[in-house]
Design a protein around this ligand. Structure first.
Ligand code: NDP
Length: 308
């Protein structure tokens, strides 16, 4: 049996090219405000990529960079101002926020119509009842990946490992609404491997490098790897990639070596389909952010799209 590698690039390019005519049809370019608090290097890279993709698509973007010392009240004021600005259709507050900031209050302050991350309780509630609303980007990207690779989930048993509000839980709901039979697992699940082996579609949204080895899935299962884990020990690189000289050389040269939640070699050897890390569903998160921004802009600018 040979695995089908589900690569993200083609799906991302398709999604982005479908957005272009929708953007062109709007009265004015969609506007996205990205709030990046402090100087977290990983967040800076994410935000740079988001702003770059906006520019490529003709989406107006504004990057706001308050210092790490900003208070919750000051951030709430900033979000309130962005809510009022007519040319801003989407607001994204990049996480993580500094520990002293009340992240829940900040996310709740974003107007639900501009909540392009889909994290506001109103949008979470709409997802829960399968009403129209802005959906979290990473699980939306997974659904696009499945759909555009003609992987029908109806009646399949999907097991999602991870229950965070931004990835695992919305992922499970989206699969449920697509008529999968869904099991959600987490750190307190008993005999996780046995649960996972029941899956026709197994989703790793854990944040544990290469944890899901072949013991955790049945041969031929569809394996969706959401985890992005940077390896910081040489012995982990050697073990996970079975001594792969290129990976070890990259690590030795100081390059970022990442792995998902699946053991990548087991996934390729025994899986029916597998989203590689990097190059799989991770590429779709920004595409879905762009999609949400265009959807929010259509709803706000034309008032005709009943998406919110
Ligand atoms: P969280 O840390 O918020 O959630 C992790 C989940 O995994 C929790 O529900 C936790 O269970 C569960 N878990 C942890 N350890 C185990 C274990 N040993 N066995 C079973 N379950 C376990 O992470 P996120 O949901 O934010 O992110 C998950 C992964 O996805 C990360 O690697 C992150 O980098 C990646 N990610 C990728 C994105 C992309 O663009 N592709 C975007 C966002 C995240 P419990 O609830 O019991 O603690």
């Amino acid at each position: 049996m040979s695995v089908k590698l589900l690569k993200g690039k083609q799906v991302r390019d398709q999604i982005l090219s479908e957005l272009r005519p929708r953007i062109a049809a709007l009265p004015r370019p969609p506007g996205l405000a990205v709030v990046l608090v402090g100087n977290d290097p990983a967040s800076e890279i994410y935000v740079r990529n988001k702003v770059k993709t906006c520019a490529e698509l003709g989406i107006f973007s504004q990057n706001l960079t308050p210092s790490a010392s900003i208070t919750t009240a000051e951030l709430l004021t900033l979000v309130g101002e962005l809510n009022e600005r007519p040319e801003i259709d989407g607001i994204l507050v990049q996480s993580p926020l500094p520990k002293h900031v009340d992240e829940g209050r900040v996310l709740e302050a974003i107007s639900p119509e501009k909540d392009v991350d889909g994290f506001h309780p109103i949008n979470a509630g709409k997802l829960s009842i399968n009403a129209k609303g802005l959906r979290p980007c990473t699980p939306s990207g997974v659904m696009e990946m499945l759909k555009r690779n003609n992987i029908d989930v109806t009646g399949k048993h999907a097991v999602v490992v991870g229950r965070s509000d931004i990835v695992g839980k919305p992922m499970a709901l989206m699969l449920l609404h697509a008529n999968a039979t869904v099991t959600i697992c987490h750190s307190k699940t008993r005999d996780l491997a046995a649960m996972c082996r029941q899956a026709d579609i197994l989703v790793g949204a854990i944040g544990r490098p290469a944890m899901l080895t072949s013991e955790f899935f049945k041969p031929g299962a569809v394996l969706i790897d959401i985890g992005i884990n940077r390896l910081d020990k040489r012995e982990d690189v050697a073990r996970i990639f079975r001594g792969d000289a290129k990976k070890l050389a990259a690590f030795d040269a100081g390059s970022r070596v990442v792995v998902g939640d699946f053991d990548p070699l087991d996934a390729v050897e025994f899986g029916g389909a597998f989203t590689p890390v990097p190059g799989g569903v991770g590429l779709l998160t920004i595409a879905m952010l762009m999609s949400n921004t265009v959807t929010a802009a259509e709803a706000r600018q034309t008032g005709t799209v009943p998406c919110l």
